[in-house]
Design a protein around this ligand. Structure first.
Ligand SMILES: [Zn+2]
Length: 245
């Protein structure tokens, strides 16, 4: 049976959105999602990093089979950000989430390098929101990924709506980039599969900003064979999580 992992969603009370864990778990049951990667919400990503990280870490302890925590830190906190991400990884975080637009840094700025070095040292993947100019564009991610070839990067939303034409050429540049399907129409995911193969495409929902119904519907609209289906829906993400330091 296919193990289904949602590679990206948010939990907590943010400024612009909120999702309580009970709601997420209920929706996961409805749509048969085995586990989900949970990231902090907007204000926790931008400012109150520790509060958001503690929240997802605590939820993962309550629901260890269902929720997989990713930690965040704003690179502008510099050594404080490095300390916070190291602390969260030591306490069980399985990856790092960055949002250049919310955190106010350009993805091609070296301010982010120390956090990527932490990911490299701990062998954990880095999920980066993309599609918001000028902060987080796919080509900037390609540059970062080429600079850190041993780190696995997940291109959040595959360039979203404004930069999806850049997403596949950027991922093609660097084999350590994986693409997240959230906010994609089926033909965009089809093109990603054709260009990158079935190993580098990851199902993600970005709930509560999108919905499992919509995002799973996109994947189900594709005519995937069993192997591709298994990989995109969970096996690829599982592989990224199982790399060991
Ligand atoms: Zn998100």
């Amino acid at each position: 049976m296919t193990t289904v992992i949602d590679c990206h969603c948010h939990v907590g009370r943010g400024r612009d959105y909120e999702q309580m864990p009970e709601q997420l778990l209920h929706d996961m049951d409805t749509w048969r999602i085995d586990s989900a990667i949970v990231c902090p919400v907007d204000r926790h990503i931008a400012v109150d990093n520790r509060e958001g990280n503690d929240y997802v870490l605590q939820l993962a302890k309550l629901y260890p089979d269902r929720l997989i925590p990713f930690a965040t830190a704003n690179p502008w906190y510099e050594s404080g950000a490095v300390r916070e991400v190291r602390r969260a990884l030591a306490e069980g975080a399985r990856g790092i989430k960055l949002h250049p637009a919310l955190q106010g840094f350009l993805l091609c700025d070296e301010i982010v390098y120390p956090l990527i070095e932490v990911a490299e040292a701990h062998c954990v993947p880095v999920y980066i929101h993309t599609g918001t100019p000028a902060y987080s564009q796919p080509m900037q991610l390609a540059e970062l990924a080429l600079r850190f070839p041993r780190v696995d990067f997940i291109m959040g939303h595959m360039g979203s709506t404004d930069f999806w034409l850049d997403a596949l050429p950027a991922a093609f540049e660097s084999s350590n980039i994986y693409v997240d399907t959230s906010w994609s129409l089926p033909h965009k995911v089809e093109r990603a599969l054709a260009a990158l193969g079935p190993d580098r495409v990851l199902f993600g929902s970005d709930t509560p900003l999108s919905s499992l119904e919509l995002e799973l519907g996109c994947i189900n609209a594709l005519s995937l064979n069993e192997e591709e289906h298994d990989r995109v829906l969970g096996r690829n993400m599982l592989r990224l999580l199982q790399k060991v330091a």
